[in-house]
Design a protein around this ligand. Sequence first.
Ligand code: GLN
Ligand code: ZN
Length: 759
Amino acid sequence: MTRSANLGFPRIGARRELKKATEAYWKGEIDATALDAAAAELRERHWTLQKEAGIDIIPSNDFSFYDQVLDMTAALGAVPPRFGHDGGSVGLDIYFAMARGTKDAPAMEMTKWFDTNYHYIVPEFHEDQRFALGTSKAVDEFKAAKALGMHTRPVLLGPVTYLALGKAKDPGLDPLSLLGRVLPVYCDLLGRLKDAGADWVQMDEPVLALDLSDAQRSALGAAYDALADTGVDIMLATYFEALRENVGVAAGLPVAGLHIDLVRAPDQLDDVCQALGPDKTLSIGVIDGRNIWRADLSACLAVVERAVAALGADRVQVAPSCSLLHTPVDLDGETRLDDELRSWMAFSKQKLVEVATLVTAIEKGKNAVAEAFAASDAAADARRKSPRIHNKAVAERLSGLAKDDFTRNSAFAERRKVQPTAMQLPPFPTTTIGSFPQTPEIRKARAAFRRGDMDTDAYETFLEQETTKTIRRQEALGLDVLVHGEFERNDMVEYFGELLEGYAFTQHGWVQSYGSRYVKPPVIFGDVSRPAPMTVRWARFAQSLTERPVKGMLTGPVTILQWSFVRDDQPRSETCKQIGLAIRDEVQDLEKAGIRMIQIDEPAFREGLPLRQSDWDAYLSWAVDCFQLAASGVSDTTQIHTHMCYSEFNDIIDSIAALDADVISIETSRSDMELLDAFVDFKYPNEIGPGVWDIHSPRVPSTQEMQALLKKAAAVIPPRHIWVNPDCGLKTRGWPEVEASLTHMVTAAKAMRTADSGT
Ligand code: GLN
Ligand code: ZN
């Protein structure tokens, strides 16, 4: 019998119940018992929902109070020493301390989960690292489901991926060398799950979709040899990419089943079927777990049939491509989407019904679910043909683009002679990254405006007042290049999405970003275009208030793409190019309005990198093109800035240079400017603003500290190429620390000018 399976369900709740409960617990408003009760309620609701959707194999231990990697750290008792854990069981307060830090112990680091927008807590490893079972969460949740009449398949993060995601805290320590120490705890845990009645366990090993080292490959062999001895059947889950050259390794491990992602990598099915031993089950991820589109069931069924033909119905499970963690919970809650758009979408609950429908079609024939297939066919057809998707004007403009639409008129050295840095600014010019504090009053006004309690006139007057105050404050601080403050923006992508054609917004389409932080990505459903200017009004207003230059402020096409749910009916590069054109129009309108400097933020440029290095060049080439398309329609005198919130540029520095922004600001203060290395070795040709103030903390750095950072930078970058700015935007900070820090920053820049002879 072919069976339907799920790899993980979103834990947040359709109405963000988990966020509300955990934050209430953090604030001391509810106690641990109440928090546990809220979590148990959610788990039960989600198990029941999956059962009702018709899923045969339902996961447990996919729930998490914060993050599934941190759950594994707790389960393995791998609490870093600074949290003062005495061994033994890892309680909720230590768990949250690791995630969020305490007065005395900084939080563990957080980083992106593969190429998603989910962030996990990075495990930390020491030379004398010990592991011992720290929680019984997996067993408890299995038993809780059992008590509700559901026999679940517990999910664990596999040992090799767990170690690969961690960071060695002692020099020379290779996390993989800890495998021998961690495996006994995994075996212990599997044994306990077996005692509790579990027969199958899902082990997530997404590293199998990455470029593996030889050491990782042999670690996988050693790990699963050891785990096989427990007698538990393991479903080894891979996702986010094709197995490619790792197919032999994956298929050869002594496990009972293998899950593959056929949405990201549809072409791997035949190879995997061939490599798979005769007794193994194949779980095929045919429903997209990373996006909100309704599946084309007929197309999916053809894939399932191919797998069944190759392996036999008994050896096939049908599943979403990956855990549904990356998809919102339930489309039924979307009452404001129009019927047409809604009919093209599916959230987690709807996706599971799709999975179950496919299995019914295999087991009982398509006629048994004829209605579901007819509806799916009709939706797929309507979506293909809808006039809302295709905009002829956009297609024509794209096909009419020529090579020189992707480059500036002159090379940087020429442009520089006529740009603000040479013409009007002092050495070490000071500026900020764009946003100023989003105070409670600003949030209140925006909420009132959105509710309709404040009319447009009143709201705009309010925003003008805030902008005016901020311009005056920047003048008083002595900053050289000002910004308008971004008070009209809720979010740097949503703001633009709302003003672009081809975009839709959900009411409850939340997905977890990290911990209790969820995001609600806008949906790109059709060709993107810009019906009217989006920011010109605010830039012009701000510039009218001051003699000093005001930077225009835009979000770049790659970042807009990366932080949206993107249509799946054309290549992402094509959609990105359309956004690039829309931003280009805005850049040109800003120039016409007299704005001489325009910043195009690309904080998500790096995170768009494919998981496999061999795919990088293709991505970088179109990503650079899209940025250039947005940026290069201006005259030499207009100075284009860009901003990126991170500092790892070593492996992509050529592409960063190829963006050809006149000025780039980056995050560097936390690493004490070490991260400038890439720019130094490469001899980055354009101007650069290495951040001198870590805006992620409320701490006010001293003038001396910032000057020391600038001196470090000036030792390796031509001083006349250096800008002075914070690491990122200031919207999360308060005015007192902003004014104090910027005062120190301006003083530090002035001191540098006196020291610098102006070369
Ligand atoms: N201009 C934006 C701001 O200052 C940039 C934010 C970002 O890079 N994430 O808020
Ligand atoms: Zn930033």
